[in-house]
Design a protein around this ligand. Structure first.
Ligand SMILES: Cc1cc2nc3c(=O)[nH]c(=O)nc-3n(C[C@H](O)[C@H](O)[C@H](O)COP(=O)(O)OP(=O)(O)OC[C@H]3O[C@@H](n4cnc5c(N)ncnc54)[C@H](O)[C@@H]3O)c2cc1C
Length: 169
């Protein structure tokens, strides 16, 4: 499940992709209730935190299955005329006055001349490394893990688990 923060929901509206995300049958989280083994349900619910007013242009954060969000955005990009090729490898970038990119798709190699190369290939970006660009990053201050709970997704509830523990050295 991917969590789209309220300010990113507002950004999605600005970008004109909010309706596509809404059509993907997922939901806004409108409140947080911190259930705890030391509280009764009634006590926990007294501290309900509403999320619908966090950002004036968002009805709370939006929760979507990651693949559903990815496919929605890919379909929208295609509808806007973007050519998408998935599953490429051996990406090589040449910068300069005449930039170019080569890559393999299946067993075929491709070469493209282009005006602008945008390397949106994540934190281990091969584009960044090939062009010798400096990586700017914050120190690790959170460790996050995922947990798959079968049958927990009924379209209404989203479980966030915050285990207490020592912070890493
Ligand atoms: C477990 C987990 C849960 C998260 N949950 C959330 C959340 O709920 N909400 C939230 O806002 N953020 C969440 N994040 C953070 C979020 O996923 C990242 O911040 C975001 O994906 C970064 O986007 P990006 O486009 O920079 O890189 P990425 O999403 O990593 O995209 C990079 C793309 O480039 C491709 N690629 C990389 N190298 C190559 C190569 N050599 N050749 C070809 N293709 C390549 C990859 O396959 C990938 O498709 C989560 C992260 C993790 C790990």
């Amino acid at each position: 499940m991917s969590y789209i923060a309220p300010w990113d929901v507002a950004a999605a509206k600005k970008l004109g992709i909010y309706n596509q995300l809404m059509a993907a049958r997922e939901h806004h989280v409108t409140r947080i209730i911190n259930y705890d083994e030391l509280l009764t349900h009634a006590q926990a619910e007294t501290g309900t935190l509403p999320l619908s007013h966090v950002h004036p242009k968002a009805a709370g954060p939006r929760c979507m299955q990651h693949v559903s969000m990815q496919n929605t955005l890919l379909q929208h990009a295609k509808a806007c005329g973007v050519k998408i090729t998935r599953g490429v490898s051996d990406v090589a970038v040449r910068a300069g006055a005449m930039p170019s990119v080569t890559y393999a798709h299946g067993r075929t190699s491709h070469a493209r001349r282009c005006r602008i190369v945008i390397g949106a290939d994540g934190r281990s970006s091969t584009v960044r490394r090939q062009l010798g660009l400096t990586l700017h990053e914050n120190e690790v201050d959170h460790l996050i893990s995922g947990l798959l709970i079968e049958g927990a997704h009924d379209g209404r509830n989203h479980v966030l688990h915050f285990p207490a523990g020592q912070t890493p050295n």
